[in-house]
Design a protein around this ligand. Structure first.
Ligand code: ADP
Ligand code: MG
Length: 622
């Protein structure tokens, strides 16, 4: 593969077009850019002087959407229609989020292994939809401040995000009308903001580069990442943390303290809600002062620095334990860490700084605004991609995404565009029909959601899959691009070991202009593409449910009551109708209804079957 000039690599269609850096956070999000005059990264601020956009979305009855500061008050007054922490749901299944605890809004729970959706009124939103609303708001604000269209971005994600979560973030960007040039790790961005890894600030004469610990304590999440930076390449050596620990827990601890210190009259829940806001105020105040005092409905609230430290010590201790784990996983000692970088609003708390400093035995890098540092680093990465920074490595990358056709003609991306080569990715698939003995593997290149709109590179059949019920065979498909840019696609059924592969040259016959056109098309069709994808996925799920329900009823006819049968048959008809109407929300609603109707008897019949099999294996008294 030829070296790809950077403008094609970034899909840049226009010279001098601005590329923004975005920190899409759990609690707060923001945008940064490189200032054209100072050449330094700056966070964009609205008139109020605040760069942070709360990651909160409110939906009102007539379908209006509010995002950010304006949506925040509704967390208290209209919790069911107000979404926060959508980032926690990105790329997750119901099973994943069940352990994540209570959320005030409604999460649709039909099948444990399906991706989560959130129901607000009669509409279903995927976490991608929700994140895209936040990104749209950021884009709008940035365009307002910069007075120029904003179409390209680098977006950050936690180092522990998996492929599905990264892809979901990319999709959210695309849906918001942003060409996501690269997804980078938050700790990598923070390191860039401190100048680590760029030419100016790397350790001289050391082949092993620099080892950096990035401590990130936000509103509701904590993570510690250990990075190695050598020759401009950032490698995550280990990452640890707790996705349910953050500054919000400090607020809760303060509320609990005040509740025990005072005898409040009346509704406890109401008091707690009001006190939460004052608790956050107190916490912030104590980051710079010794004592906090405030009147609340005739009660005197106070909190000293010492008392606050005592309250949060157990939480801070947990983060230090995670630091120990991260070091151990990286196979390093504290002494091996060259730099400690502090990220996230909650690292302003003096006790946190002191404990991290004591643990690593080092001065901290905390001079860059902890709320902004990730976005600033993303802006620096954006500038590098725009080709404005010299002296950095130009790597061979894939100019377009590579993927496979899945049910309903959808494109499933295995290697996102801009992947460095050589590279490798694999994913497991299964059969759709009982006894299916062959699987068509069709390889495509492009950014559109339906394969028909992309470029077909190769197709082959994996044959000889032994007869098994649908969903049982495990077919692992791997994409490998070697250093010469040749793509090798391999398919292997893991239970039987049968295997087949094909080789293609993805680059072959594509001019730079064609690559650019394909990128542009994908941006222009993002919304309709995503709608079709959502509809196709909902329909595939519904069709599968209809067929398994039908089979289940045939097999267990005698164990299902007449009422249950009637209700099921009605729900199946309604679902079929929804399918015929091609209405995504209706299909999802009716799928859920059918699930709810069939779940009780399906569980009952399964229980009976288990009971029976247990009886059969009982051993009698000797
Ligand atoms: P996230 O990365 O999860 O989106 P942030 O990095 O924006 O979160 O951190 C938000 C948290 O930082 C909130 O809990 C907020 O109360 C806390 N915070 C902001 N400013 C201060 C301060 N001055 N002192 C202590 N905590 C603060
Ligand atoms: Mg953050």
């Amino acid at each position: 593969m030829a070296k790809i000039p950077i403008n094609i690599a970034t899909g840049s269609l226009q010279k001098d077009e601005i590329i923004v850096g975005i920190d899409l956070g759990t609690t707060n999000s923001l945008i940064a850019v490189i200032h054209p005059d100072s050449k330094k990264p700056v966070a964009l601020k609205e008139h109020n002087g605040i760069s942070l956009v709360p990651s909160v979305i409110h939906f009102d009855e007539s379908g209006n959407v509010l995002v950010g500061e304006d949506a925040k008050p509704y967390l208290q007054t209209d919790a069911a229609n107000t979404i926060f922490s959508a980032k926690r749901l990105m790329g997750k299944t119901y099973k994943d989020v069940k352990e994540a605890g209570e959320l005030a809004y409604k999460i649709i729970d039909d099948d444990d292994n399906k991706l989560v959706k959130v129901q607000v009124g009669n509409t279903f939103y995927s976490p991608v939809d929700l994140s895209s609303l936040i990104l749209k708001e950021l884009k709008k604000q940035a365009e307002h401040i910069l007075k120029t269209p904003v179409n390209k971005a680098v977006i950050t994600v936690p180092a522990y995000f998996n492929d599905a979560q990264r892809q979901a973030t990319r999709d959210a960007g695309k849906l918001a009308g942003l060409d996501v040039l690269r997804i980078i790790n938050e700790p990598t961005a923070a390191s860039l903001a401190y100048g680590f890894g760029t030419t100016g600030n790397s350790k001289q004469g050391s082949d092993n580069g620099q080892t950096i610990a990035v401590y990130d304590l936000g509103g509701g999440t904590f993570d510690i990442s250990i990075l190695n930076i050598a020759n401009g390449i950032f490698e995550v050596l280990s990452t640890h943390g707790n996705t349910l620990l953050g500054g919000d827990d400090f607020d809760t601890a303060i509320v609990n303290y005040w509740m025990t210190e005072n005898k409040f009259e009346g509704d406890e829940i109401k008091h707690r809600q009001a006190l939460r806001l004052i608790a956050e105020e107190a916490k912030k105040h104590l980051s710079a002062n010794e004592i906090f005092e405030k009147e609340y409905k005739g009660y005197k609230l106070n909190l000293s620095h010492a008392a606050f430290n005592e309250l949060i010590k157990p939480i801070a201790d947990k983060t230090i334990v995670a630091c120990k784990h991260a070091l151990k996983d990286a196979g390093l000692n504290k002494q091996d860490i060259d730099e400690v970088v502090m990220v996230g609003g909650s690292t302003r708390v003096p006790l946190i700084k002191q404990m991290v400093r004591d643990f690593f035995g080092k001065q901290l890098n905390d001079s860059v605004h902890p709320d902004e540092v990730v976005a600033l680093g993303a802006a620096i990465q954006a500038d590098i991609l725009a080709g404005n920074t010299t002296g950095l490595l130009l790597l061979d990358i894939t100019p377009l995404s590579l993927g496979l056709e899945t049910m309903g003609g959808l494109m499933d991306v295995l290697l996102p565009r801009n992947s460095k080569i050589p590279t490798k990715a694999s994913r497991q698939y299964t059969t759709y029909k009982d006894g299916q003995s062959a699987m068509k593997i069709a390889v495509y290149q492009g950014e559109r959601d339906m394969v028909k709109d992309n470029r077909r590179l190769a197709e082959f059949n994996l044959t000889g899959i032994p007869g098994m019920p649908a969903g049982l065979p495990k077919v692992e498909i791997s994409f490998l691009i070697n250093a010469d840019g040749i793509l090798v696609v391999n398919a292997k059924e893991l239970r039987s070991g049968i295997e087949q592969s094909v080789e293609v040259k993805p680059q072959y016959g594509l001019t730079d202009e064609e690559v650019e056109k394909m990128l542009l098309d994908s941006m222009q069709h993002a919304k309709e593409d995503m709608d079709i994808r959502a509809l196709t996925e909902a329909k595939t799920e519904a069709e599968q449910l209809l067929s398994t329900t039908e089979k289940f009823i045939q097999k267990n006819f005698s164990s299902i009551s007449k009422d249950e049968l009637t209700a099921t048959s009605h729900a199946m008809q309604a679902l079929q109708l929804a399918l015929d109407m091609d209405d995504k929300n209706l299909v999802q609603a009716k799928t859920q209804e059918l699930n709810e109707i069939s779940k009780p008897y399906a569980e009952r019949i399964m229980d009976e079957a288990i009971q029976k099999s247990m009886q059969g294996s009982k051993i009698g008294p000797a």
